[in-house]
Design a protein around this ligand. Structure first.
Ligand SMILES: Cc1cc2nc3c(=O)[nH]c(=O)nc-3n(C[C@H](O)[C@H](O)[C@H](O)COP(=O)(O)O)c2cc1C
Length: 378
């Protein structure tokens, strides 16, 4: 029996196994509200025996929305639909956390909708990937955003979620503050990592104050940005150690930003075992320094790799996104003895699917189904 199916406790939350569905934007929300389709998808993941499901990123303020049909948690009006979601997941014996975010410069929707409205960032540094320059946030806007995260976390708790996850990875606003490349501030929020991390630490403290010490607060963090001048691992080690001292309940290790290209968070063409778990060497270094539960994400595809990760001691939980788009029942399949690796071929066509009005689906799986149907009718 693999360690994957051992129980684990994170703060007061007990998970039946060590698998996590990493936060995945589905493009299924309706004006920020959770939809019936989204509830059905999450329910399928719970039935598929995922230990902890993390929702797609939900924006804490309207100007922090990244993508179309993204979940919002900026208003109490979001709560009733989310209560239906958490009830359905709990009825299916699942546990669910909500990831909360401010997109900063990486906002796609807002610019289209409201041209001329400033896009926020730590500094007015031109972003080559998004081809725009954000407005440097004032200290007042920083405070406003910290409070927006805290209020959002309180809504997450009131909506019946089991935990909240702060999105501090992948180049979104918190990640931009951590990055020396994006953060050129000369006030107390810029300069050495102690200052660049101040925004994140203020968010964490305000969130903790609002949800209390017993409610699990998790974070998704880049081990490294994989761009020249971006966040490096030495600085990440400082951040993880401080977060542990402050009482964070678990840290999900990811890496990369959109400009990192092939070295981004969702790397393509993972075919061989040695190509899997591409952030494992970085997680090992972090785990040596902290004892807080570590969740590892990025290219995990086979039970062999999962077992190897646990054997190294580098992580306490394993997290997947794309494999569970193709097979929401993957964990159950493994548990029931079919140990073949995930069918996901990391083609990344699911990103395009999430942009379609239908929302996310596995393009390859659909092609296989269509082919089979054609063969059957021949
Ligand atoms: C369609 C799609 C949407 C994603 N949305 C999010 C998100 O909302 N928040 C987040 O932290 N990561 C998001 N990710 C990244 C994944 O959580 C994960 O870090 C990455 O895909 C690597 O894991 P994998 O190899 O198991 O897919 C998304 C990935 C995909 C494919």
């Amino acid at each position: 029996m693999t360690a994957l199916f051992e129980e684990i406790k994170i703060n007061r939350m007990t998970l039946k196994n060590r698998s996590v569905r990493s936060a995945t934007w589905t493009g299924m929300a309706e004006h920020g509200h959770c939809s019936t389709r989204l509830i059905e998808l999450m329910e399928a993941l719970a039935r598929g025996e995922v230990g902890l499901i993390i929702t797609g990123f939900a924006y804490v303020m309207p100007n922090g929305q990244a993508l179309q049909r993204q979940l919002g948690i900026h208003d109490d009006a979001m709560i009733p639909n989310l209560l239906q979601l958490t009830e359905r997941v709990h009825a299916a014996n699942g546990k669910i956390a909500m990831q909360i975010v401010h997109a900063g410069v990486q906002t796609v929707v807002r610019q289209r909708q409201k041209r001329g409205t400033p896009i926020w960032g730590p500094s007015a540094v031109y972003d080559k990937f998004f081809r725009r320059t954000p407005k440097a946030m004032t200290q007042r806007e920083i405070k406003e955003t910290v409070q927006a995260f805290a209020r959002a976390a309180d809504r997450v708790k009131r909506a019946g979620f089991d935990a909240v996850q702060l999105h501090a990875a992948h180049g979104y606003l918190v990640s931009q503050f951590l990055s020396p490349l994006k953060n050129r501030r000369t006030d107390k929020y810029g300069g050495p990592i102690e200052n660049r991390a101040r925004f994140l630490f203020e968010i964490y403290r305000a969130v903790r104050k609002n949800v209390g010490k017993d409610f699990p607060v998790l974070i998704k963090l880049n081990a490294k940005d994989f761009v020249r001048g971006g966040l490096n691992q030495r600085d990440t080690l400082f951040v993880t150690k401080r977060l542990e001292e402050m009482g964070i309940d678990a840290i999900e290790i990811s890496g990369g930003v959109p400009a990192a290209g092939d070295l981004g968070p969702a790397r393509a063409k993972i075919h061989k075992v040695k190509e899997e778990a591409y952030f494992l060497p970085l997680a090992k270094k972090i785990k040596k320094q902290v004892s807080v539960p570590i969740i590892l994400v990025g290219g995990i595809r086979s039970l062999k790799t999962v077992n190897h990760i646990f054997k190294t001691g580098a992580a306490d939980l394993v997290s997947m996104s794309r494999p569970l788009i193709r097979e929401p029942g993957l964990i159950k399949r493994w548990k029931e003895g079919d140990r073949k690796k995930a069918k996901c071929i990391s083609c990344n066509q699911c990103f395009g699917a999430a942009r379609s009005p239908e929302g996310v689906y596995c393009v390859m799986e659909r092609q296989v189904k269509i082919r089979k149907k054609k063969q059957a009718t021949r």
